[in-house]
Design a protein around this ligand. Structure first.
Ligand code: SAM
Ligand code: SF4
Length: 333
């Protein structure tokens, strides 16, 4: 709404300082909670080009956004993405460039990502058992992802965080094993409550739901947790353990609503700027960059005007059919 030149604010006074960019909705995995087996992806001709992605990211930085996260789909399967990462890493005013990946291409790209200025990455890992990992991701190979984790550790990212989605009767018996793995490796770990985005038929989202409180109560007896006020600029609430340097985060869109401190918006692969993961309010930035390719001010105006559409909070309900038919792979979490 406001356009002071250096800062974006919505009508609830929240400062928007974080842009998540979904560079593709395609993925080499089909995680059961994220996608259907057969997906219709955005036609390629509707995707933003890498140049357009860069132009839009630069406009956000000029409006005071400090943190960019590349996500997807799987960001590392977008052709030319490393060139984009290099270019984004050089944007003056950028505070932090991060990436969320399923790890399948990390062994190959970890060194280049680090060289391009990425200092922190999130790697999704929901199981340490090979067969189950394949079931949950439908196509994923655990060993490939673990080699990706090794490569990321060898390169020396400042912070690597594992992201885990826990589903009852699918992988809820691995909570402690995942924490133990993170402790052994010296990696941070976050547990994300599953969100009802898109219709899935394989499991009942309501029955499979595990709250953060439940996960904490399972972790506590083995690894006592100490609540921490730390923040990484995202929605996770962190805990520490007395005998380890890692942090355990809980991202709890259902049970511990964090909308009041929301600082982020999302750019979808087709140029739609999504103001909230839980609503469809959006603005078509692709139309603006294509109509006015040489006029960044028009883009800035459109971004500032979009802030007025940011809803106060999401309304995720597990006991109803999903209100949002968009799957998570479009928006990238
Ligand atoms: N492909 C990359 C990956 O898996 O890390 C990046 C995109 S993925 C959509 C980003 C994160 O969202 C992953 O950690 C994934 O586990 C999580 N995710 C996907 N669908 C979700 C859902 N319905 N609810 C909660 N988290 C979800
Ligand atoms: Fe792909 Fe990530 Fe979705 Fe899994 S969670 S299907 S890896 S986009």
């Amino acid at each position: 709404m406001e356009h002071s030149g250096t800062e974006l604010r919505d009508r609830f006074g929240r400062r928007i300082s974080y842009l998540r960019i979904s560079v593709t909705d395609r993925c080499d995995f089909r995680c059961v909670y994220c996608m259907a087996e057969k997906m219709r992806f955005i036609p390629r001709k509707e995707l933003l080009s890498l140049e357009e992605l860069h132009t839009i990211a630069a406009a956000f930085i000029s409006l005071g956004v400090r943190k960019l996260r590349l996500t997807g789909g799987e960001p590392l399967i977008r052709r030319g993405v490393l060139g984009l990462v290099h270019q984004l890493g050089q944007l003056p005013g950028l505070g932090e460039l991060t990436l969320t990946t399923n790890g399948s291409h990390l062994e190959k790209y970890a060194t280049e990502l680090h060289a391009a200025g990425v200092r922190r990455i999130n790697i999704s890992l929901d199981s340490l058992r090979e067969e189950r990992f394949r079931e949950l991701t439908r196509h994923g190979d655990l060993q490939t992802v673990l080699r990706g984790v090794d490569a990321a550790q060898a390169v020396g990212f400042e912070r690597i965080k594992l992201n885990c989605v826990i589903l009852r009767e699918r992988n809820d018996d691995e909570v402690l094993a995942l924490v133990a793995f993170a402790r052994d490796r010296g990696l941070d770990i976050s547990f994300i409550e599953a969100m009802p985005l898109g219709t899935i038929i394989e499991h009942d989202r309501n029955r499979s739901f595990c709250s953060s409180a439940e996960l904490r109560s399972r972790i506590e007896p083995r690894y006592p947790l100490i609540s921490s006020t730390e923040s990484s600029g995202g929605p996770a609430r962190y805990y520490r353990m007395a005998d380890s340097k890692i942090r355990i985060g809980f991202i709890s869109p259902h049970s511990e609503n964090f909308c009041a401190s929301c600082n982020r918006v999302r750019l979808l692969p087709n140029g739609r700027l999504l103001l909230c993961l839980g609503h469809e309010h959006s603005v078509d930035l692709r139309a603006v960059v294509r109509r006015h390719p040489a006029d960044p001010e028009r883009l800035r105006e459109a971004i500032c005007a979009a802030m007025a559409l940011k809803p106060e909070r999401h309304e995720f309900r597990l006991d109803e059919a999903p209100q949002l038919l968009r799957f998570m792979n479009a928006s990238g979490g």
